[in-house]
Design a protein around this ligand. Structure first.
Ligand SMILES: Cc1cc2nc3c(=O)[nH]c(=O)nc-3n(C[C@H](O)[C@H](O)[C@H](O)COP(=O)(O)OP(=O)(O)OC[C@H]3O[C@@H](n4cnc5c(N)ncnc54)[C@H](O)[C@@H]3O)c2cc1C
Length: 288
């Protein structure tokens, strides 16, 4: 494992935005994850784990600590209706394995461009299906170096939320309990989900910026405010789906934040609704 200094995070986020991290390690095994954590603790600097960087906005000044990019994809184990995999495994690979083994009930994750770790931590999903519905157990690295096995109650899951967003645990592995299904069903479901995704904007983004308020759609609220297509420098509220902000090329985190703040302010003024961010801000000193 190599730990590099002053690494730009721009290419490690789907937004293609972000300053430099003081230290950066891409880790491919649980042993290396532990080594990276030890490195940060010895240096007395903070650390955060990231997966595919598809749900985060890294600020323009970067991060004053160690970024641990979780790229461990080596473990995939299937036993009857359960599949266990490493946290760094892309969801697309997990879906492929599931399909090859005639398992199902996971198709709602199609098209989500993250890792298993990021999906569990953010309880990723679509409509009313969430990854927490299928999580059976997980293996975590605690900040004291201990590896523990937990069941899903440990995570305190909510809508795009889990306790792991607020502690230093690193997810190493997850086991999902799925349904055994006949060969024909997956393609039918897959097509339906893909149809849903066709309307999604193309370009550098982090997916939905805001959570949907109860019984409402954030995208519809923003559209009704007349903000579709509004720009701040090279950041633009998508013309296709108003809950997406697109980096047209060279946008800064400050530009995206400007648009986010405008949307929040206008939504509060016009509807009295507090829009809650779904994406996470990584600031110089940590998550916000
Ligand atoms: C085009 C597009 C479409 C999207 N559609 C959806 C959608 O339909 N539904 C949905 O829910 N999301 C969607 N997203 C958002 C994003 O893809 C998901 O939230 C995804 O699960 C994030 O995974 P990641 O690996 O990129 O996590 P990252 O963005 O890297 O990290 C997200 C959070 O997880 C933490 N984390 C990541 N890995 C670990 C680990 N191993 N241990 C501890 N903490 C970890 C990070 O610290 C961070 O807090 C979309 C994004 C894009 C760009």
């Amino acid at each position: 494992m190599k730990i590099v200094k002053n690494k730009s995070l721009c290419n490690y986020t789907s937004f293609r935005i972000g300053g430099e991290a003081d230290y950066f390690a891409e880790v491919n095994s649980n042993g290396d994850i532990l080594k990276a954590v030890n490195f940060a603790q010895k240096k007395n600097i903070p650390y955060v784990a990231i997966g595919n960087g598809s749900n985060i906005l890294v600020n323009d000044k970067g991060y004053r600590g160690l970024i641990i990019k979780i790229s461990n994809i080596n473990c995939i184990n299937i036993e009857k209706d359960k599949i266990t995999c490493s946290a760094g495994l892309p969801l697309s690979k997990l879906l492929q394995e599931v399909k090859n083994n005639n398992l199902g009930d996971i198709e709602f994750l199609i098209g989500i461009p993250g890792t298993v770790g990021g999906a569990v931590v953010g309880n990723a999903g679509m409509k009313n299906k969430h990854i927490s519905n299928i999580l059976y157990k997980a293996e975590l690295l605690k900040s004291n170096g201990k590896i523990i096995e937990v069941d899903k109650s440990y995570f305190g899951f909510g809508y795009r939320e889990s306790n792991l967003k607020n502690n230093k645990d690193i997810l190493l592995e997850a086991t999902f309990k799925l349904k055994k299904i006949s060969k024909k069903i997956p393609d039918k479901i897959t097509k339906a989900v893909i149809k849903n995704r066709v309307n999604q904007p193309i370009g550098y983004s982090a997916g939905s910026i805001f959570k949907n308020p109860k019984s409402m759609f954030a995208g519809k609220i923003i559209e009704d405010l007349g903000m579709k297509g509004k720009k701040k420098n090279n950041a633009q509220i998508s013309q296709i789906h108003a809950n997406f902000i697109i980096n047209l090329g060279g946008a800064k985190a400050a530009d995206v934040k400007y648009l986010i703040n405008q949307i929040k302010r206008k939504t509060m003024n016009k509807y009295g609704i507090h829009l809650e961010r779904e994406i996470r801000y990584l600031e110089e000193r940590g998550w916000r």
